[in-house]
Design a protein around this ligand. Structure first.
Ligand code: AMP
Length: 430
């Protein structure tokens, strides 16, 4: 065992899994670009108040899980536990024209009990759409998340939606809930028996069986919505219908952060165990920009866990075509000049190509070519170098062993033909 290991709850993502990780980010970037979202890159750490004020003191993330520290200048900082607060902080700071559509990819840090699919550093892709209260914006975000999952080959998921109401109807609902919980305090889980008054909504979110039982008979959030919130929610649901997205309303979907108003949603994998099936979720947060000192600005967005997407993809047999293997491997017995020229030529044409170093023997280079998983070996020895030719050998698939010597100028064209036969177009799948 090496002296140092990645810290508990973290892990190194290396090839070939990192090829799928990159593909997931690439597919998200493409979906976001197609929908008019621009990338925002923000710091990994913020003034701790950014997260305390937005997620809420009583949220698990702030209460128990945040990585906080003092820097050398005595500032109290925290590593990002999620993406939204930083992006909204950036919005308030820069005041871009609205609607502002931003997407991000970020690590997120939470001191959780590590288990399968649950890490202390995980990674999220997400979007935020600020400056419009239009329910169509909620639908656009949900549609983007679902479309992205489909683009990753993930089809077995369930969309849960709910409305948290707003400053008009939520206080009334909370009061009814408080009355109900007061009468059932003794039945709650140990933690919530002691703390439920600080934020009664957390009980709706609690995973413990005791709270789940109390919750079953609790007053329903959906029954307490005011007319504008009801209309907003109905418009979101019709939009989802129009998109052909199946949804299920879940009254207990309050999510882990205090900033949500109106719509909340979560996409859960049907191919994964309950403890790790949340793929992504989000909602509307019409008060968040104001909470961070900005002008009142409605907003909606979501975060989606990359590790969970990879788990769901594996469970559905998706992304298996993304291997990170190169298309071609150049074997050079001419002293190096051939490899330099051919790898450049192939790469310029979009055919991924690797090569051996150190002037190794033919046997060693063939072994390296095999290990690389390349489908083609392009061999150039002194004869080929002098004649301006290259020998192309198929390494994998039905034609494995087939070999031909061709003009070097024809390499790119012939290489693409041979790769297409294998059902693996040049360049692999991004
Ligand atoms: P949240 O910000 O809690 O809504 O999380 C957004 C998404 O990030 C979830 O739906 C999960 O896919 C993922 N996620 C959250 N926490 C973790 C974690 N500790 N490890 C891995 N993925 C996580």
């Amino acid at each position: 065992m090496s002296t140092f290991q990645a810290p508990t709850g973290t892990r190194d993502v290396v090839a070939p899994e990192s090829a799928r990780f990159a593909a997931v980010v690439g597919r998200f970037a493409e979906r976001a670009r197609l929908a008019g979202f621009g990338l925002v890159v923000s710091p990994m750490f913020e003034d701790v108040a950014v997260f305390r004020r937005t997620a809420g003191e009583e949220s698990d993330v702030v209460k128990d899980e945040m990585y906080e520290f003092d820097d050398k200048g005595g500032r109290r900082l925290a590593l990002r536990p999620e993406g939204t607060a930083s992006v909204v902080r950036a919005f308030v700071q820069h005041r871009p024209p609205v609607p502002w559509k931003a997407w991000y990819v970020t690590p997120a840090f939470r001191y959780e009990r590590p288990q399968a699919g649950r890490y202390r550093q995980h990674h999220q892709v997400g979007v935020e759409l600020l400056g419009t209260p239009d329910p169509a914006a909620d639908v656009e975000c949900i549609g983007l998340l679902a479309g992205f999952l489909h683009a990753c080959g993930i089809h077995r998921f369930e969309l849960k939606v709910n409305s948290m109401g707003d400053a008009n109807c939520m206080p009334g609902y909370k009061a009814t809930l408080v009355d109900y919980l007061s009468a059932h305090e003794g039945e709650l889980c140990e933690e919530h028996r002691a703390r439920w008054r600080r934020n009664p909504l957390r009980v709706l979110d609690c995973k413990k069986p005791a709270c789940a039982t109390v919750r079953e008979r609790a007053p329903r959030l959906s029954g307490a919505l005011c007319d504008p919130c009801r209309h907003h929610f109905d418009a979101v649901l019709s939009g989802l219908d129009a998109l052909g997205l199946a949804w299920r309303q879940d009254d207990t979907l309050v999510r882990g952060f205090d900033y949500y108003t109106r719509t909340t949603f979560e996409l859960g994998s049907l191919a994964l165990d309950a403890a790790q099936n949340a793929l992504g979720g989000g909602g509307r947060y019409d008060g968040l920009a104001e909470q961070l000192g900005g002008p009142a600005t409605p907003g909606v967005g979501f975060g989606c866990g990359i590790e969970r997407v990879l788990l769901a993809a594996a469970a559905e047999g998706a992304l298996s075509e993304v291997t990170g293997r190169v298309d071609a491997f150049v074997i050079d017995l001419s002293g190096g000049a051939g490899a330099l020229e051919l790898t450049s030529r192939l790469r310029a044409a979009g055919i991924s190509a690797d090569r051996a170093f150190d002037g190794r023997s033919l046997k060693a280079q063939l072994k390296a070519a095999d290990r690389s998983g390349a489908r083609l070996a392009c061999i150039v020895g002194p004869d080929e170098l002098a004649a301006g030719t290259v020998t192309v050998r198929v390494l994998t698939g039905q034609q494995a062993g087939q070999q031909e010597t061709i003009d070097r100028e024809a390499l790119v064209g012939r290489g693409k033909e041979l790769l297409a036969v294998a059902g693996r177009p040049a360049g692999g799948t991004p």
